[in-house]
Design a protein around this ligand. Structure first.
Ligand code: SAM
Length: 437
């Protein structure tokens, strides 16, 4: 089954994972279902309830990805709420604890959902959007870190990545895309598709089970293999920890509390006599992710003892720099920093009056028509209610860096382990490149 994460196709289909995008910072993940056990007898399939209305999946399935979908005119909310209150189904459980989207979803259970109160956009999932909407079971690796990590690990189509622990599966989704080069199409049928693999290890049984379920729901079976395992004790072979198959990994990512305890297994000839989990024909690239320097020091000490080379440490400090053009010569309080630059003083005053009226309306609770305009609402919410007077008298607007891009700052330690090089390898090399004699 093609995965909507890798090859979404033009339209949303039943059983696809979809992201219901409510606002820039609010997205609900769901599996599109054209049936609903709780709502038997209704034709609309499963219903997603949000503060912007109820969305029967019959209005989402077969729509092009990216479509704007208007909330149902029929009040399906009560049926959906009844369903949620009873037996909760897989993706509704997914949408629990800490995601903003999930909070949105569950908050709708408490208050009636007005018919036709809004709209959403139907988005196919990407590793980036999944990271921001997934149900957090642990701390997760965010996009600024994993994009850099995968680049430094040289994760590429056809490669095999080991990761431990799987946690909430954030890194897993980014890694699988990196090792996947697409299904063969008509032009590339003759070429062998370069499809790699992610071998994911997790010691917490429920978390391992949830990641496995998600991998299946997301159509990634065969590309991701999740193993429930304590990797400190039992290493990284697939199947039996001692006699199992080597994943032949070229890249390893360890997001573990004590990565140094797992390193003894990541060698060319393990002391236990078991097979090495590393690809014998390739250099291995390793990255560990640790929040404190004491952990980094212990990891580096063991890396050196085990022959890892080119050891370096990096901290990804992601900042979005918002650059705006300002009109030279127009130095009017309240205008600088505004996204729309007025061409005259009259235009500037007109804009300030409109902003002021909108601010008043928001204070009075009339927020119609500005769904999605959160920056304006946030800005206005900071204006103390008791203060009166026009907006421009309350001070100058300033630039802000984008706070929504989340990143969990940890120290990244990178190292490489060269492949073993025998006399036979040397001979082969000389035959292939005679000039190197
Ligand atoms: N990288 C993950 C993500 O992006 O979602 C988050 C990983 S979370 C911070 C660390 C995980 O390591 C936890 O789920 C924990 O159960 C797992 N873990 C801890 N010790 C382990 C061990 N010895 N073997 C396997 N997994 C382990």
């Amino acid at each position: 089954m093609p995965s909507p994460f890798l090859t979404p196709g033009p339209i949303a289909q039943a059983n696809d994972v979809a992201l219901l995008h409510l606002r820039r910072d609010q997205t609900i993940p769901t599996i599109l279902r054209d049936y609903d056990d709780e709502n038997q007898g209704y034709k609309e399939g499963k219903v997603s309830n949000t503060r912007f209305g109820s969305f029967p999946h019959s209005t989402l399935i077969d729509q092009p990805w990216g479509s704007q979908i208007v909330a149902s005119k029929v009040d399906t909310g009560s049926r959906g709420r009844k369903g949620l209150a009873g037996k909760r189904k897989a993706d509704e459980i997914e949408a629990s604890p800490t995601t903003t989207g999930a909070e949105e979803d569950s908050s709708s259970l408490k208050k009636p959902v007005a018919a036709t109160s809004g709209f959403l956009h139907l988005m196919y999932p990407t590793p980036e959007s999944w990271t921001l909407s997934l149900p957090h079971r642990t701390q997760v690796v965010y996009t600024p870190d994993y994009s850099y990590v995968l680049h430094r690990l040289r994760a590429r189509p056809g490669g095999t990545v080991i990761e431990a622990g799987a946690g909430s599966g954030s890194f897993t989704h980014a890694a699988v895309r990196a090792v996947f080069s697409g299904y063969p199409n008509e032009e590339s049928v003759a070429k062998k598709p370069r499809i790699g693999k992610v071998c994911s290890f997790e010691f917490h049984e429920q978390r391992a089970g949830r990641v496995k379920e998600e991998i299946t729901q997301h159509g990634l079976d065969g590309l991701v293999q999740v193993t429930h395992r304590d990797v400190y004790e039992d290493g990284f072979l697939l199947g039996d920890p001692k006699t199992g198959r080597s994943p032949k990994a070229t890249a390893i990512f360890l997001d573990l509390p004590a990565p140094w305890l797992a390193l003894k297994h990541l060698v060319r000839k393990p002391a236990s006599g078991a097979e090495s989990p590393l690809d014998p024909s390739s250099t291995a690239h390793l990255c560990t992710f640790s929040p404190c320097l004491e952990q980094v020091e212990r990891t580096i000490r063991v890396m050196r003892q085990l022959g890892w080379l080119n050891i370096s440490m990096v901290e990804v400090n992601h900042n979005r720099i918002d650059v705006k053009r300002e009109r030279i010569g127009l130095d009017c309080e309240g205008i600088r920093g505004s996204t729309v630059f007025p061409r005259s003083v009259d235009e500037a005053l007109a804009k300030l009056r409109t902003d002021d009226e909108r601010a008043k309306k928001i204070r009075q609770g009339h927020v119609d028509g500005i769904q999605g305009d959160t920056s304006f609402q946030e800005e206005t919410a900071r204006i103390p209610k008791e203060q009166s007077g026009p907006t421009y008298s309350l001070g100058r607007l300033v630039h802000r860096s984008e706070s929504e891009i989340k990143t969990h700052t940890s120290y990244l330690v990178f190292a490489i382990l060269p492949r073993d090089w025998s006399e036979e390898d040397e001979q082969k090399c000389r035959q292939k490149w005679p000039s190197s004699k």
